[in-house]
Design a protein around this ligand. Structure first.
Ligand code: ASP
Length: 151
């Protein structure tokens, strides 16, 4: 939707992350790419480490936004690296990476879950359609609220 003033509404990507009862993590991202993209462009969604990443040792991440920035900064795997190497929590690592991306002009956000089941869904645009469910089956959804950290 070129010309759409709300950045959050320009993204048509669907992503999912999951943790099973044994602690295995998975991530998936599907997208039509960016509006007006060049023929043959490969975005961040199918690029492991950029828009999609999962590692049982740290977290699973699925991102949406301006893919060139997510590729350049290896966004998804950068969050996992900060958890592994710096001991950051998922919330701290994901929030910082998305804030840093925004500071250089990269609009977007992500959903993520860590090996302990902590969830983070930070974004630096005006909103991001998102939700989560746990064992109780209760669905939680949000669009424009502040990014949440669900335990
Ligand atoms: N990240 C996707 C891409 O750059 C687009 C999107 O998530 O809206 O291809």
């Amino acid at each position: 939707m070129a010309g759409e003033p709300d950045e959050a509404r320009r993204h048509g990507t669907v992503g999912a992350v999951a943790r099973d009862r044994d602690g295995n993590l998975a991530a998936a991202t599907s997208t039509g790419g960016m509006t007006g993209k060049s023929p043959g462009r490969v975005g961040d969604s199918p690029t492991i480490g950029a828009g999609t990443f999962a590692d049982n040792a740290s977290c699973a991440v699925s991102a949406t936004g301006h893919g060139e920035f997510f590729i350049r900064y290896c966004t998804a795997s950068e969050i996992a690296a900060r958890m592994r190497h710096a001991g950051h929590s998922l919330d701290k690592a994901a929030g910082a990476v998305i804030a840093e991306l925004g500071a250089v002009g990269g609009s977007g956000g992500l959903i993520a879950i860590d090996r302990d089941g902590n969830i983070a869904a930070p974004f630096n645009c005006s909103g991001m359609y998102r939700g989560f469910a746990r064992e109780d089956g209760i669905l939680h959804t949000a669009i424009y609220d502040e990014p949440y950290q669900a335990q």
